[in-house]
Ligand binder design. Structure first.
Ligand code: SAM
Length: 209
């Protein structure tokens, strides 16, 4: 399945990364999907399109993001939300009249799946505690890149692995965010999970042994 960009920004921008990602999800046919770090919602939309193909209307997508820069969040890396392409700037400013990095813009991008989605604005260090993980069967972890945040996010989602689900982490080996790798390696070792490193060190797929 082709990964579409919907005129917005995404982490999975390099050729083939999005398609690789969708193939990985397809292998597990998840029904309740959690994405930590939604950003502009491009991956969210691609996931919803894929899950509709697989399950028709019988799936749920939960997406969590800060959806704002603030002093409280300054330890987290938030990708540059501005476009270098002036047409995209004009499109969002004057035509859509939206900030693509806002929960309302993401809701709008996902409106055809409104009965299947649950978007949450907040910090994963606080919000993940409140999410019932018992039914979640796939997590795409692509939120905060700070060591403590990744460690917290993994620990909060460990029930998913224990229930035979998957956590797929993005940016496993980023030179400017070494805390991601450190947190993943520790989490895998401490829990004796299986970890597969995929796509030239980009993704870490964590599952039960
Ligand atoms: C790399 S982007 C996510 C890209 C998106 N998954 C995609 O595929 O296009 C990382 C996102 O994580 C969010 N983020 C960073 N720290 C966070 C935290 N502690 N809790 C929730 N979201 C966070 C940022 O706001 C940003 O939108």
């Amino acid at each position: 399945m082709r990964y579409k960009k919907y005129f917005r920004k995404t982490s999975l921008k390099q050729k083939g990364d999005g398609e690789f990602f969708l193939e990985e999800i397809k292998k597990k046919n998840p029904k309740i999907f959690l994405e930590v770090g939604v950003f502009h919602g491009v991956t969210a939309r691609n996931i919803c399109e894929l899950l509709t193909k697989i399950h028709d209307n019988d799936f749920k997508y939960i997406g969590l993001d800060l959806f704002e820069k603030s002093d409280e969040n300054k330890s987290e890396i938030i990708p540059n939300t501005n476009f270098s392409n002036p047409f995209k700037q004009i499109y969002f400013k004057y035509i859509k009249r939206q900030d693509p990095y806002s929960i309302d813009a993401v809701k709008d991008l996902l409106k055809k799946f409104k009965d299947n989605i649950h978007l949450i604005k907040g910090n994963s260090n606080i919000v993940l505690k409140k999410i019932d993980m018992s039914k979640v069967d796939y997590v795409f972890l692509d939120g905060g890149h700070d060591y403590n945040t990744v460690k917290n996010d993994l620990e909060r989602c460990s029930e998913v692995i224990d229930n035979n689900g998957t956590i797929l982490c993005d940016d496993y080996n980023l030179s400017y965010a070494p805390g991601v790798k450190k947190a993943i390696d520790e989490f895998v070792k401490d829990n004796s999970y299986n970890c597969e490193i995929l796509r030239n060190n980009r993704f870490a797929k964590i599952e039960k042994k």
